[in-house]
Write a protein that binds this ligand. Structure first.
Ligand SMILES: CC(C)(COP(=O)(O)OP(=O)(O)OC[C@H]1O[C@@H](n2cnc3c(N)ncnc32)[C@H](O)[C@@H]1OP(=O)(O)O)[C@@H](O)C(=O)NCCC(=O)NCCS
Length: 333
């Protein structure tokens, strides 16, 4: 069976207008702009406003419309929605179904949420690639959209300084035989032995949110930052090195490295391990903080829009998140 080759047809992003700076946070918890910038590189983050439909599906609809338009398509050309989301609109129906309605898609295409935390969009890219390759789907909308602001405890300085809201989207389809754009290879992983180092422990079926959870103020995410930090660097670097090696490439062949935008120190340490020149690394964590699975597609769109990333460039994505999940993708844009 001849397989199609998958390409990114169009990109889009959306960040809410409302900005929360480090100084804003320092008004309510014991932290400082200096501490946050030094440890994370983050200066500010965006916060979604539900009254303006800036929940996960609302942000995703704005990013997706841009991606669909940039792909030269109409919403009803989409035949599958893959929605990477850790903080969904509702437990069910899935957020992809809310998005289908908001995009005015009436063709009743499949709509699926993916939860692999911050790595979810890279997981989705691997799944979408396989579906386009086999020809079962023609135009897949893959979004990563997150509203971490709804699940962090704004009184917990360990976590509240790190996260922000936003959305990134791409449309994937088959590339022409003459087209150099193609998803080349990817690696996915998860180390469940460390799953409790980044966790939202309550609110699922095993521990629903009841009065006792609220009384103990246990309804928020919790994190062991140092375990997450070390594993993020090690795993992202090793996935990238493995991908390059098995495709007989080196960092010299990469035009742009887009790592998950969790923390500037994680990005720099990963880049150093890979011996990646600083000028090849796309970074916007200072403006948006960690937008979880939205961070790579949003950074991709930003760099395409401002002209840094061009058609034919070789890109390397690396992601890491709760699970502890991880993944990397190598492609020609
Ligand atoms: C969270 C993180 C920034 C903390 O940095 P760190 O250098 O590991 O700092 P530590 O946790 O050792 O804390 C050092 C001190 O700063 C304090 N501290 C923690 N958060 C603080 C904050 N926001 N402001 C001021 N002080 C803070 C700690 O209480 C500790 O104080 P102590 O020495 O008196 O006990 C870092 O571990 C990290 O980035 N981890 C990865 C997190 C991440 O990216 N998660 C999402 C992955 S998808």
């Amino acid at each position: 069976m001849d397989l199609n080759r998958t390409k990114i047809l169009g990109t889009g992003k959306y960040h809410p207008a409302q900005i929360k700076t480090n100084l804003d946070i320092a008004k309510t918890v014991d932290t400082s702009d200096e501490w946050i910038v030094q440890r994370t590189g983050i200066k500010e983050r965006r916060i979604g406003d539900i009254s303006k439909d800036e929940g996960p599906s609302g942000m995703a609809a704005r990013a997706a419309k841009i991606a669909i338009e940039n792909a030269g398509l109409e919403p009803n050309d989409i035949d599958l929605i893959l929605f990477s989301v850790t903080f969904p609109d509702t437990m069910f129906p899935n957020t992809a179904s809310w998005l289908q309605e908001k995009l005015g898609i009436t063709n009743k295409c499949g709509a699926l949420d993916i939860n692999a935390a911050c790595t979810g969009w890279v997981y989705g890219l691997t799944m979408a690639n396989a579906l386009i390759q086999t020809g079962t789907h023609k135009h897949i909308l893959l979004v990563g959209t997150e509203m971490g602001s709804a699940f962090v405890n704004w009184e917990d300085r360990n976590t509240c300084v790190l996260f922000g809201d936003g959305s990134g989207a791409v449309v994937l389809g088959a590339s022409e035989s003459t087209d150099s754009s193609v998803i080349i290879d990817s690696i996915l992983g998860s180390d469940s032995s460390k799953k409790e180092s980044l966790i939202l422990p309550k609110g699922g079926a095993v521990a629903p949110i009841r009065q006792d959870v609220l009384d103990k103020n246990e309804q928020w995410m919790s994190m062991d930052g140092q375990i997450v930090f070390k594993n993020a660097v090690k795993t992202m670097a090793s996935h990238c090195a493995k991908l390059l090696k098995r495709n007989k490439m080196t960092m010299d062949d990469i035009d742009w490295f887009i790592p998950h935008q969790a923390n500037l120190r994680i990005i720099e340490a990963t880049g150093n391990l890979l011996k990646c020149p600083e000028e090849k690394v796309i970074i916007n964590v200072e403006k948006y903080a960690n937008t979880s699975s939205a961070s790579i597609p949003a950074a991709l769109h930003e760099a395409v829009e401002d002209g840094r990333i061009k058609r034919g460039d070789t890109l390397l994505f690396a992601a890491f998140g709760a699970g502890l999940t991880s993944g990397a993708t190598l492609l020609k844009f």
